[in-house]
Ligand binder design. Structure first.
Ligand code: GAR
Length: 206
């Protein structure tokens, strides 16, 4: 299947938004042919919203606590994204697992970044999981979202060496630097029509 998308991005966040900033910067530099249609946060008062506002991007605070279950929250998220005519959904530090409602609404059009080399260390505290396991290398993974947790087809990965004195904080910071290149790179590949998905494999054309 060929994946090529005219792009209005909907970016979901939960935190400081350094990945959001990296994407904004690459769009503003003209490298990525996209518009950020909206930034949606499941938490009020996160710095990602300030970053979006500074760049004139519409923001939506969409708190999950107000919804009795995940699928209802996701159905409301889909409505918001549709309202902004979003083509591609970007999970940029969005700390919630998506239900089938979101995945079905945007097939092969949701990208996540995870702070480990999947399939190792999915889920929460990936950096600490990697340290506890004693790996010599970790990194980040940009992948399409499917029905599992951090299981979808992998688009890009970047490797970060783990030093003996690394803490969760220092490793996270090094991985984030890698994320800030890999995530915009992955988005650009999709927008430039260079991606095909074949089963689990993501094929990248030159
Ligand atoms: C990033 O490191 C991202 O990999 C991680 O949250 C951080 C968000 O930082 N995402 C996950 O752990 C998702 N399971 P940011 O808000 O500064 O972009």
């Amino acid at each position: 299947m060929s994946v090529s998308i005219r792009c209005r991005l909907g970016i979901l966040v939960s935190g400081s938004g350094t990945n959001l900033q990296a994407i904004i910067d690459r769009i503003e530099s003209g490298e990525i042919n996209a518009e950020i249609a909206c930034v949606i946060s499941n938490k009020a008062d996160v710095f990602a919203l300030t970053r979006a506002s500074r760049h004139g991007i519409p923001i939506v605070v969409h708190e999950n606590e107000k919804f009795p279950e995940r699928r209802l929250y996701d159905a409301a998220t889909v409505e918001i994204l549709r309202g902004y005519n979003v083509d591609l959904v970007i999970l940029a530090g969005f700390m919630r697992i998506l239900s089938d409602v979101m995945v079905n609404a945007f097939p092969h059009a949701i990208l996540n970044i995870h702070p480990a080399l999947l399939p190792s260390f999915p889920g929460l505290h990936a950096q600490q999981q990697a340290l506890d396991y004693g790996v010599r290398f970790s990194g980040c993974t940009v992948h399409f979202v499917d029905y599992g947790t951090d299981t979808g087809p992998i688009l890009l990965q970047a490797i970060v060496p783990v030093e003996q004195d690394d803490t969760e904080e220092t490793l996270s910071s090094k991985i984030q630097k890698a994320e800030h290149k890999a995530f915009p790179d992955a988005i650009k590949l999709i927008i430039d029509g260079k991606i095909k998905i074949s089963g689990r494999k993501v094929l990248i054309s030159e």
